[in-house]
Write a protein that binds this ligand. Structure first.
Ligand code: SF4
Ligand code: FES
Length: 155
């Protein structure tokens, strides 16, 4: 799915909703720019481009990326030329099990549904382990509100 773009003078923020795991780092990090009750919900002119970039860099899933249009260097969530392209299959894959949270698969992974349809092809895939996500097999952040869920990885 193509990204939606939100443009200010020195930066364009790109948004891929299907990657969001609702960690709320954007909302908490810069409420003057990221406000889910506002339309549009991203207003990149609500802070300096440096500040917007710094908060987008905290988005763990790369649902948010950005392009600096003032020649400034980008951080690790700067948009890549091949953002929506299949990854290099030679990159090693690491599976990171989050305590009471999702399984984060870092590296080029293709997720295929029961009918053989490709539902995701990404470098960073958050898979639900709690069973509560409305976007299974992907995490949607529901695990945080499931006080009854303990996956016993905290030992
Ligand atoms: S995953 Fe990224 S876009 Fe989604 S709420 Fe967290 S910081 Fe914001
Ligand atoms: S692990 Fe995040 S919603 Fe289930």
């Amino acid at each position: 799915m193509p990204a939606k773009d939100y443009t200010a003078e020195a930066i364009t923020v790109h948004w891929r909703s299907e990657r969001c795991i609702h960690s709320a780092r954007c909302l908490q990090g810069l409420p003057s720019v990221f406000d889910r009750d506002a339309r549009p919900w991203i207003r990149p002119d609500g802070a300096t481009a440096d500040r917007v970039a710094a908060v987008v860099d905290t988005c763990p899933s790369r649902a948010l990326t950005y392009t600096r249009t003032d020649g400034s260097a980008g951080g690790h969530n700067a948009e890549r030329p091949d953002e929506d392209a299949p990854s290099d299959a030679s990159t090693p894959v690491v599976v990171n099990v989050k305590r009471n949270g999702p399984m984060v698969v870092v590296g080029p992974v293709t997720v295929v549904d029961a009918d053989g349809n490709v539902v995701s092809r990404d470098d960073r895939t958050f898979l639900c382990r709690c069973g509560g996500s409305a976007r299974k097999p992907f995490c949607d952040g529901t695990h945080k509100s499931r006080g009854d869920w303990d996956d016993h990885t905290a030992r």
